[in-house]
Design a protein around this ligand. Structure first.
Ligand code: SIN
Length: 327
């Protein structure tokens, strides 16, 4: 019998590692309380799918993750992926900012070995905790070598998603993670994985040395009556790029135009949407070229911010950044 694949679990925190005191209400728990080893100890069946190692990189609620954590996580995962004795990786994470970390990993991790993120909406100590099955399914995906070509994936709620297609869609329902651009790549039934289409190769956009820091990019929401002074204030505060999370198909309020022209003369400005699906397409609903804006394409505002930060860190100018968003 072939030896089982060797999978390393890297824990970063989140509700999947959350613990609630006895008798606590549904929302009274500490995220990231359990270390990676404890998550595996509670899941003896995982030993039937893979030979498992584990490490706890962070024990954080994902609302407290910063871009510096993305850089540390990417560096550690690059190290692990370079080790011949690692066949695949599972990363446990909070659901709140999963789509941002997933995007950062998608941009920067080499392809070849599966990297599967997973999360949960209910703490490990809750009745009906969703973490154990999500983790088991993530291990199954990480032990599936052909998924290594796809770039990082997310296993949650019986589904397997591409990292850039995922977003949090509900504040408390157990199936909170859902699609932004495309539907899931595959479905789990227990620990069996059924892939809808052959996984396709997608190269990492940034495979070079990591920057020491990521330039600061602000997200500005569009809403009825939003003041254009927000735009000037963000640039004056030192934002090195802006992402607009606008209504509809990236609809720019008329009274923002003068402030946007001032901002776009100084920093790259990406036109995205606050709507959780569909994206914002170049020259659609707005003359991006005439106003010097970049359309976010199929990326959510949150993922557009991550992409813009990494593009700026590489020193790309506006045209090259627009090219990145067009990929
Ligand atoms: C977090 O994002 O760390 C807390 C919430 C969750 O994991 O669902």
């Amino acid at each position: 019998m072939a030896a089982l694949p060797r999978i390393t679990l890297v824990a970063t925190g989140g509700t999947i590692a959350g613990l609630a005191p006895a008798g606590a209400g549904a929302f009274e728990y500490q995220a990231g309380a359990l270390a990676a080893e404890a998550l595996l100890q509670a899941l003896p069946q995982a030993g039937e799918l893979a030979r498992l190692g584990s490490e706890t990189l962070f024990s954080l609620d994902s609302k407290d993750l910063e871009p510096t954590h993305w850089l540390r996580l990417i560096a550690r995962l690059r190290d692990l992926l370079a080790q011949p004795e690692v066949d695949g990786i599972v990363v446990t994470h909070g659901t709140d900012t999963l789509e941002e970390t997933a995007c950062a990993l998608d941009l920067c991790l080499p392809r070849g070995k599966p990297v599967i993120l997973t999360a949960a909406m209910r703490p490990a100590s809750a009745p009906g905790a969703d973490g154990p099955l999500n983790l088991l399914q993530a291990i199954r995906a990480a032990a599936t070598p052909e998924l290594g070509a796809c770039g990082p994936l997310v296993a949650a709620g019986d589904r397997l998603w591409r990292a850039r297609d995922i977003g949090k869609r509900h504040t408390h329902a157990v199936d909170a993670l859902g699609a932004f651009a495309e539907g899931p790549l595959g479905l789990f039934r227990g620990t069996a994985l059924h892939l809808g289409a052959s996984p396709t190769a997608a190269a990492a956009l940034f495979s070079d040395a990591l920057p020491e820091r990521l330039p600061w990019v602000d997200i500005l929401p569009g809403y009825a009556g939003a003041a254009p002074s927000l735009i000037d204030a963000a640039v004056a505060d030192g934002a090195e790029g802006l992402v607009l999370a606008l209504a509809g198909h990236g609809s720019v309020p008329e009274r923002w135009l003068p402030a946007l022209a001032r901002a776009a003369a100084r920093v790259p400005v990406v036109r995205a949407s606050r709507i959780p699906a569909g994206g914002v397409w170049p020259q659609a609903n707005f003359d991006d070229a005439a106003h010097g804006l970049i359309a976010a394409g199929s990326r959510s505002a949150w993922q557009a911010r991550v992409l813009l930060s990494f593009g700026l860190a590489r020193g790309l100018g506006k045209d090259a950044l627009a090219g990145l968003f067009a990929t």
